[in-house]
Design a protein around this ligand. Structure first.
Ligand SMILES: CC(C)(COP(=O)(O)OP(=O)(O)OC[C@H]1O[C@@H](n2cnc3c(N)ncnc32)[C@H](O)[C@@H]1OP(=O)(O)O)[C@@H](O)C(=O)NCCC(=O)NCCS
Length: 166
């Protein structure tokens, strides 16, 4: 997949090692997220996320991308294609820069993503949020994600699985 097709409004490109400092800067201001989903971000956790894969997936289907407005990194997304099944894509991580939040940019990015995925034959988009994170829950509900009924527990929090039919 050509990641530049994921948005008409923003430049989308894969994050590489030279971008880690910018990703860290974007993440570390999102303290509410890390209160619900510890541990707090570190350079190492970003490096780990860049190569993290769900079970039985390989790098071919992983897109760890940045959204740019000019030179400014405004959002980071971890997208896995064909997971958990062939016709579903999965967002493992999505975060916008606090300086641009609550202006509809996150929703625009998700709408554009859904349209681009639909165009290439994906029929649903799935993700999870940490139960009790009001910002994440409100955002995903606003963007038409509906709980599947599945939750899973980690040592520190419960993840609510949700999806949007495209
Ligand atoms: C969730 C996130 C991606 C939204 O990005 P954004 O660019 O602000 O998105 P939008 O402007 O399109 O929408 C934000 C919505 O969240 C709401 N919101 C913001 N903070 C909130 C809070 N603490 N509690 C409840 N709702 C909140 C806003 O009011 C807005 O909804 P509204 O339009 O109905 O008023 C961004 O807040 C973020 O990166 N948060 C940290 C990471 C995260 O939680 N990611 C998703 C978790 S899986």
């Amino acid at each position: 997949m050509n990641v530049s097709l994921l948005s008409d409004k923003y430049l989308v490109r894969r994050i590489d090692y030279s971008d880690i400092a910018k990703v860290y800067e974007l993440c570390c201001n999102n303290s509410l997220y890390y209160q619900h989903c510890p541990p707090f971000v570190s350079t190492q956790s970003i490096i780990d996320d860049m190569s993290a894969l769900p079970p039985n997936k390989d790098f071919f289907d992983k897109y760890y991308v940045g959204y740019y407005e000019g030179d400014k990194l405004i959002a980071v997304m971890d997208l896995i294609m064909a997971y958990p099944d062939e016709s579903t894509a999965f967002v493992g991580f999505f975060m916008t820069d606090t300086s641009v939040q609550n202006n509809g940019i996150g929703s625009t990015i998700i709408d554009e993503l859904c349209a681009a995925l639909y165009h290439i034959g994906v029929s649903s988009l799935r993700l999870g949020w940490v139960k009790g994170n009001p910002q994440a829950e409100h955002f995903w509900h606003k963007n038409r994600f509906i709980e599947t009924g599945t939750t899973y527990d980690t040592d520190s929090y419960t993840v609510v699985v949700a999806q949007r039919v495209l």
